[in-house]
Design a protein around this ligand. Sequence first.
Ligand code: NAD
Ligand code: TYD
Length: 351
Amino acid sequence: MTVLITGGAGFIGSNFVLDWMGASGEPVINVDKLTYAGNVANLAPLAGDARHVFVQADIADQPRLEQLLAEHRPRAIVNFAAESHVDRSIHGAGDFVQTNVVGTFHLLQAALGYWRDTLGRDSSFRFLHVSTDEVYGSLGPDDAAFSETTAYAPNSPYSASKAASDHLVRAWHHTYGMPVLTTNCSNNYGPLQFPEKLIPLMISKALAGEPLPVYGDGKNVRDWLYVGDHCSAIRAVLARGTPGEVYNVGGNSERQNIEVVHTLCRILDELAPAREPYSRLITYVTDRPGHDRRYAIDARKIARELGWEPSVAFEDGMRRTVQWYLDNADWVKAVQSGEYRQWLDVNYVRR
Ligand code: NAD
Ligand code: TYD
């Protein structure tokens, strides 16, 4: 048995691959284009492990995907590969449409041919598409949390491109009968997150003594989930999810951005004290255009049907995360300087 993972050199994908290899002997084919967000150094603990095969490829390269599927015959595909940062999507949506929409289409086509022609429509095959709660749009303060039946209303180029990919995945089930699963998850945080997203950005700026840029009034709400809990949810859906179904994944940890930043400052004051409290660095800046006000996930379906619940409380996860960034200053430095691109030459990368 083998599973094929896409985007496994990014934040969640590399956490997933490392967890998977720790928990199971099943080989992983890890297909990643290695954009700015892909970092094979994340996978360094697996160097020399023959069960992990890393292939540098684009999910939009359908012939290459067809060849990899025929060669490795995976029992499942888990699709993490995407352009993932909202601010980047505002400044240039082209890569988001190309990878998240066109790329997912080509991956689905390759998977369909493989499942239908090579596997003879084997009903145990799974195509798991990893998506976001941002496809549901923005909530008011008193609105009920997003459920699997909430209507899609994406507002950013990022969320619109993810919504389009979710619709393609859904259609490949309804039209061709492919055994697909979709997960829509809330904001993740934890080790190995690229320091452009709120939490790692604030940690690295605070440690550098730079201003902490809080957008707008700082009262936008996100529902935070520790990345290890997202990985366990995906494993549960892959193992026990019903084909064609959607599962929302969340941490029951709604926080205003300003609360998140104050929590980080408090933990940093304790673990890496500076001359002044880190909260002095908080600076309100111009809001993000179209900034969604609130996300919140109703994760009762995955709890009820698959027995999954988050296991890491927000304060605990934040403390672990800050400690990881303190212990891995070299990783942050290499990412910020661009030095991590040199890891492209390590010998376990197949082009
Ligand atoms: P990330 O940006 O850290 O990593 C994305 C990875 O995909 C990178 O390794 C990159 O090289 C790779 N990639 C990009 N384009 C590719 C292409 N065309 N072909 C092959 N590989 C390509 O993203 P992340 O935060 O790890 O998110 C992973 C997935 O989870 C995404 O689909 C995202 O939409 C979803 N998601 C993320 C969050 C979050 O909070 N980060 C929450 C819910 C869902
Ligand atoms: P982000 O980590 O980019 O995730 P997303 O936009 O996908 O939810 O941002 C999380 C929240 O933090 C979001 O409301 C925007 C806000 N934010 C800031 O206030 N300052 C920043 O520098 C960044 C990157 C985000």
